[in-house]
Design a protein around this ligand. Sequence first.
Ligand code: FES
Length: 117
Amino acid sequence: MPTLTIEGHGTVEVEAGKRLVLAIEDAGVDILHRCGGWARCTTCRVEFVAGEPKRMTRAEHDKLESQGNLGAFRLSCQCQVAEGMVVRPLMRLSETDMEDPGSRPADTIEPRPEWLG
Ligand code: FES
């Protein structure tokens, strides 16, 4: 299984293709996902230290582009785990005054992915 390193938290083994936001949360990190994984809120944002995927869903691309954030960070709800990823979650529940991280995203990427790149 691929290894995923979450900065400040450690390295975990994760099944290939798992939604990155769920892999981070299931590793015990309180990452936000306020829209439930629909590429709308951008609170699941991460920086890739290594292993950034080249392909991107159209939903992620369009959301990042609309806010001028293409190249600044990625949406972990729109990425799938692959070997060698090292990520830095950028918005965590414990760093906000919110009461919950948002509803748990589905196991598969939503909206149905149209892959670019
Ligand atoms: S954009 Fe909202 S959870 Fe990813």
